[in-house]
Design a protein around this ligand. Structure first.
Ligand code: NAI
Length: 327
């Protein structure tokens, strides 16, 4: 049996946490031969800590063979101690009447503290996935607050958007999700993201040619993927949690264990390619191998795509300038 790895999860008693932790402990994220120690962070409030205790009791009751230990805490430095993986799920939700700007600043405080704690106590190779919204900017803040860790270790979650887009495309083209390759979702995890299937193939054939419906792309596909989160809230009365947890599992699984040459979307600090300023955390196509991701470079960008990519970039730059004074 391999040596256990330490997986930190914040917001562990929340909706996504509840859909996530059991799957990590069962080996779905890092493999059925990889024991894990779960290090769970929640707010210090009595209710949050009690809920976390309940989740830990249930984890215990599953008797997962791969669960080699558990820590529940309200201290980021305890949760992130020697962490090999950190899934930053907990965030301040938007309250009634709360301005977007205030939300950004509240979360900036949280992710500054957590970035500093990661910098101080996590493994130098820690792989960080930010799920809590605004995910890209929160990841940027955590990265900037952790100068002693490699910037490339900080990523944000676009995988839910990627998976949503895959299913919409599979339905439209009447093909299997598993047969679609080379899909990209560019930009911010927000309704401005740009799902782009110009390069996508189905068994080697162009998916765009197969669909052959440019109007559907602009009028139905892109808005459906962009507004899917709101549609789920409308239908369920609660935000997407199981699908978000599933996407987090996919993201970390692929980063750690590889994609076998297939493209997936990750929010990663830009290296300047595609005209995205260096350091901005932006959704791009990557392949993963040996625990590292590599951005797919030099894809042709047409005018429609450029405009869509610039729009989502403008939103990210606005978010970044809103928190610049804190960094
Ligand atoms: P939730 O409100 O059910 O759970 C959040 C948990 O985080 C709560 O238990 C809360 O006590 C905890 N928390 C808040 N601040 C914390 C902090 N500083 N340290 C530790 N724990 C903290 O929310 P849910 O549904 O689990 O969603 C979590 C986040 O994920 C939200 O920001 C949501 O917008 C985001 N999200 C992101 C998606 C993506 O694709 N990137 C998709 C779906 C949700």
């Amino acid at each position: 049996m391999k040596k256990p790895v330490r997986v930190a999860v914040t917001g562990a008693a929340g909706q996504i946490g509840y859909a996530l932790l059991f799957r990590i402990a069962s080996g779905e994220m890092l493999g059925k031969d990889q024991p894990v120690i779960l290090q769970m962070l929640e707010l210090p409030m009595e209710k949050a800590q009690a809920a976390l205790k309940g989740v830990m009791m249930e984890l215990e009751d599953c008797a997962f063979p791969l669960l080699a230990g558990m820590v529940g805490t309200d201290d980021p430095e305890v949760a992130f101690k020697d962490a090999d993986y950190a899934l930053l799920v907990g965030a301040m939700p938007r309250g009634p009447g709360m301005e977007r700007k205030d939300l950004l600043l509240k979360n900036a405080e949280i992710f500054t503290v957590q970035g500093k704690a990661l910098n101080k106590v996590a493994s130098r190779d820690v792989k960080v996935l930010v799920v809590g919204n605004p995910a890209n900017t929160n990841a940027y803040i955590a990265m900037k607050s952790a100068p002693e860790l490699p910037a490339k270790n900080f990523t944000s979650m676009l995988r839910l958007d990627h998976n949503r887009a895959l299913s919409q495309l599979a339905n439209k083209a009447a093909v299997a999700v598993a047969d679609i390759e080379k899909l990209v979702v560019w930009g911010n995890h927000s309704p401005t993201m740009y799902p782009d299937y110009r390069f996508a193939t189905v068994n080697g054939e162009s998916l765009k040619d197969r669909i052959g419906d440019a109007e559907w792309n602009a009028d139905t596909f892109i808005p459906t993927v962009g507004k899917r989160g709101a549609a789920i809230i409308e239908a369920r009365g609660l935000s997407s949690a199981a699908s978000a947890a599933n996407a987090a599992i996919d993201h970390m699984h692929d980063w750690a264990l590889g994609t076998g040459g297939e493209w997936v979307t990750m929010g990663v600090p830009s290296d300047g390619s595609y005209g995205i300023p260096e350091g901005v955390i932006y959704g791009v196509p990557v392949i993963c191998e040996n625990g590292e991701y590599t951005v797919i470079k030099d894809l042709p960008i047409d005018d429609f795509s450029r405009a869509a990519m610039d729009k989502t970039l403008a939103e990210l730059e606005e978010e970044r300038s809103g928190v610049a004074h804190l960094l």
